[in-house]
Design a protein around this ligand. Sequence first.
Ligand code: FPP
Length: 230
Amino acid sequence: MHVAIIMDGNGRWATQRGLPRTAGHIEGAKAVRAVVETAARANVDTLTLYAFSSANWSRPTAEISALMRLFGQYLFTETRRCVEQSIRLNVIGRRDRLSENLLRSIEQSEKSSAAGSGMLLRLAVDYSSQHSILRAAQRAGRDADLSADAYQRLLNEVDHCAYSVSAVDLLIRTGNERRLSDFLLWESAFAELHFSDCLWPDFNEQRFQCALDDYGGRQRRFGGLSAKTL
Ligand code: FPP
C-alpha cells in the first residue's frame, strides 16, 4: 500500500499559540517521526510526505532557511532510526536548487538506508508534479508507443525516485484544506482521498489509523463495477 500525505497546518498551529511559524514546522517534524513509525508498523509499503513544494520557494527567506535546516537535521538524526527499522529513505523532487550540504546529507541517507527491506519513506522536497510531468514529457519526445509504465519510469528519473513505486492508494491531507497542491498528480490518478481537519503537528497514530480505517471502508473500482453489481 502506498500512502501519500500533504502535511498542512504547521503555520496555523504555531499562530494559534502565539508562536512563530517555524515553531510549527519544528513540531511538525516531530509528527513526521511518529507517523513514519506508525506507518511502518501498519505495513505500509511506501510513505510519501510532501515536505516542501516548489511553490514554497515564494515564502519568506527565513522560513525557507528554517525548513531546509529542519530537513538536514531530520536526515541526520533519523537515518540511523530508519536503518534500525529497515526503512529506506529517498528524497524526491528537483535537486538543482538545494544546497550542497543538504544534497550531501540526502545522498548519505539514501546510501546508508538502501539495503533496508522494509518500508520506503519518500520525502518530497522542491517537488512539483507539473514540473515533473513536463520534464518527463520532454524526455519522452515523440515516442507514440510509450506505455504508462515506461512514462512512470521517466517520471521517476526526473524526480530522483530510486525505486519502482506503485501508484498512490491513499492520499491524506491535513489542515482542513481540500486540494492537491501539485502533489503526485500522475501517481494519484485512482487514489482514495482523505481530508483531515487536524493541523499537521497534531496528526498522531490515532488519526493515521482513522485515515487507514476510512480507506479500508472504501470500494475501489478503478472505473469498473463492484462485485455486487456484476
Ligand atoms: C505546510 O504547512 C507545511 C510545509 C510547507 C512544510 C512541511 C514541513 C514539515 C511537516 C516539517 C519538517 C518535515 C520533515 C520531513 C522533517 P503550512 O506551514 O503552510 O501551514 P499553514 O497552512 O497553517 O500556514
